[in-house]
Design a protein around this ligand. Sequence first.
Ligand code: BES
Ligand code: ZN
Ligand code: ZN
Length: 508
Amino acid sequence: MVFAVRVEQGSVDAWEDQAVVVNLFQGIKRPGGATGAVDKALDGAISELIEAGNIKGKFKEVTLFPTFGKIPAKKVAVVGLGKRKDFTLDRVREVSAAVLKELRKRNVRAFTTIVHGAGIGGLDPEAAAEAVAEGAILGNYRFDRKTVGVEDRPDVERVTLLEREPKKVTAFKEAVARATVVCEATNLARTLINLPAAEKTPTYLAKVAKDAGKKAGVKVTVLDHRQAKKLGMGAFLGVAAGSEQPPKFIVMEYNGAKRGRPVAIVGKGITFDSGGLNIKPYEFMKTMKEDMSGAAAVIATMQAIGQLKPKVNVIAVAPCTENMPGGRAQKPGDIVTAMNKKTIEILNTDAEGRLILADALSYVTEKDPQAIVDLATLTGACAVGLGKKVAGLMGTDDRLQRRLQNAAEAVGDRVWPLPLYDEFEEQVKSDVADVKNIGGRYGGAITAALLLKKFVDDRPWVHMDIAGPAYNEGGADSNKKEYNPKGATGFGVRILVRMLEDWNKKVA
Ligand code: BES
Ligand code: ZN
Ligand code: ZN
């Protein structure tokens, strides 16, 4: 499928396309700006529909009707922006995605839109243009393997952002180019997560990482079982022991700065979490192909970073393996030794994420990083505590945590800190090893993070638990948005890319 967002100079009332999209704040009777110009050209048709109560301007409300030759565009769509006091950049993304999906359903294959919020919305025009492009590219994403009833399913091929001022057109083109790179990376992460575990084996992910690296000019190294063993990654290999699929430890390196220590990003890559011998019940196992969402996020982030070329050095690591029961599977009571020589007592084979991360964090720590960020679908407890729309942040460095909070705020994703107090330490003390891999019923997200902390050697480090927002099961409690389809959301990619792009800026 071909799909692209482009920017052109012109006015919607004089623009030819299958449809033009204008907007309306809730409660406005007489539209101004571009919407007003189209209304006027249509002899007041929009005002009349408002008057008659057919158009209310409610958030995400889309009204599509024909123009009967009064303007060059065949149809006009009016999208509601909601109440002006509730208006945000993220609402622009949602509105843009809502328009795309509605027009797609109505068989419009190409349309032209104004930049919502750039005029009377009062947003930064460039950020608004980027948000419109993001909403369209993310909203256009689908994943399925249906063969019946999809033969003539319509697809949108082209979205045009129209701007009258030539000066803004140049800025908008840059914004759209950036949005395209970041959202295509997000969609790559989504596809990796949505793929059945039977297909996205560690070996497959390693190949995708290599392809992404080639595409974006990023160096990719893949360590196999033998190399991991040589490095002493006993915790990673312990998890892999029950699987027929060979584990892969993916390393990606981008050098955008001449000098300087790298920023490390680490993602949990369990391609299927059955729980291992502590096998999960049906209800908890059915979505566990999502358990490599952290790995998908860092691989996709490196693709985008390689294309955007910010002035920072980055090393990304994704330890990838299945967590399966089997004749050789690790067992409760086992003691494993991680790469940094610390020992871990396994008491529950389903607490495997922290084990593979123990080795991944040890590995990056040896690369002398200036900061470490890890992303992991680590604990159900985090999703219970914060809800499925919010990622938990825990770490050892306030400034790094603020970088993530600022980046998340900018891209419209929700993150929230949890307290990594020393008082929780007692819960992960083992009688026979340096630490144990479970910490009891209370504070589960925190005790998991406390284990990770033992493998970062006091470096500035923040852990992001994405067990909630990584996957949208579709319920009211899920991380659903107009631009987050059912299934994988690609949570984390846009946050990480933004954080790395802003790395040399002052931290607010
Ligand atoms: N992958 C799961 C966590 C998870 C739960 C991710 C729901 C996404 C959605 C993780 O490996 C796990 O099983 N954690 C256990 C830890 C427990 C055994 C200490 C959990 O959260 O129950
Ligand atoms: Zn598990
Ligand atoms: Zn897991």
